[in-house]
Design a binder for this molecule. Sequence first.
Ligand code: MN3
Length: 236
Amino acid sequence: MKRREFVTYAIAGTAVAALDITGVVSFTPSAFAEQTFNLHPLPYKDTALEPYISQKTISFHYGKHHQGYINKLNAQVQNTAFAHLSLEDIVKNTANKVEHKAVFNNAAQAWNHAFYWKSMKPKGGGMPEGQIKKMIASSFKSFDSFKKEFAQAAATQFGSGWAWLVYDKDTLKIVKTGNADTPLAHGQTPILTIDVWEHAYYLDYQNRRTDYINAYLEHLVNWDFAEKVLSRCKTK
Ligand code: MN3
């Protein structure tokens, strides 16, 4: 690693706070020691989201796909300045740079998946409470309009990608991103996400993506997590 490179990246980097939210890595930034990204334990048992997401889906999605992105990222950043950055800062520093596309894809997918697991919980779904409820009411016409718009974004993301509830300039918005792309790369703060790559639902729902989206909204979405993430946005 060249020291000058590290300094440049360190200055370009921003708060590490969101890392605590995803819990994707145990991370101590250091100009001297390289880090290895690790797959953080799921926030619930691999059977806990059944019958909406099966243990079999989790075993492939978390155990193979998510682990795979982390393994590839570790191999790519070894002996580079990126090995000294937080995951979120790698995503931000490689976004929209053709020469860093491969690193971006694996870093963003490592981050997106950690955020996705936290966006769900057993016996989740239903109506939110607290600040998130108020902000959804002020940002969308009603909770039903929010649900409709979120489901629509998730259903219409062509091919692989994600739908998100994001915090952007003091309001909540719904956006969708293709492949590994993430709101972090566009100056927005993710509040919740649903993975709509086929590997997220195909074993349980085959081509019925809409049924998976409805199960997420009715039974899985973790409003406590959304509330926690939102409270951090508001104190920034
Ligand atoms: Mn996935």
